[in-house]
Design a protein around this ligand. Structure first.
Ligand SMILES: [Zn+2]
Length: 121
């Protein structure tokens, strides 16, 4: 009894889904199984319950491949966030410089007010 065979690539006949699949093209929710073949013992995979050894038109995907895709996508997202963060830090620095400008103006104003108060007193 073998339920998975890595020499065939049934996923090539199914529209590509990146990352861990949730649904087959036929609409069925896919489930995760553990391979029990000699070639891939204990290897995890996702499969449509409608698929079989004979019917390869349903989703079949090794979980380790799905996970690598997930990580790659997260890496891409992380790169975007990193760039966003650099831009954000730049704008924070500009904001801080503006704040410092306002602070020194405030001090000048306070000095001027103190000076006026001295004159009044
Ligand atoms: Zn299916």
């Amino acid at each position: 009894m073998s339920s998975a065979n890595s020499s065939s690539t049934p996923t090539d006949r199914v529209a590509k889904q990146r990352g861990i699949p949730t649904r087959c093209n036929c609409g069925e929710a896919v489930s995760r199984f553990t391979s029990n073949t000699v070639k891939n013992p204990g290897r995890l995979f996702h499969r449509c319950p409608m698929g079989s050894e004979k019917d390869k038109s349903h989703l079949f995907k090794w979980t380790d491949k799905s996970v690598v895709e997930e990580i790659e996508d997260i890496q891409d997202l992380f790169d975007v966030l990193l760039v966003d963060n650099i831009e954000f830090q730049k704008s924070v620095r500009v904001g801080e410089a503006m704040m410092k400008g306002h602070e020194s103006r405030n001090e000048e104003m306070e000095d001027a007010i103190a000076h006026c108060e001295e004159k009044i007193a």
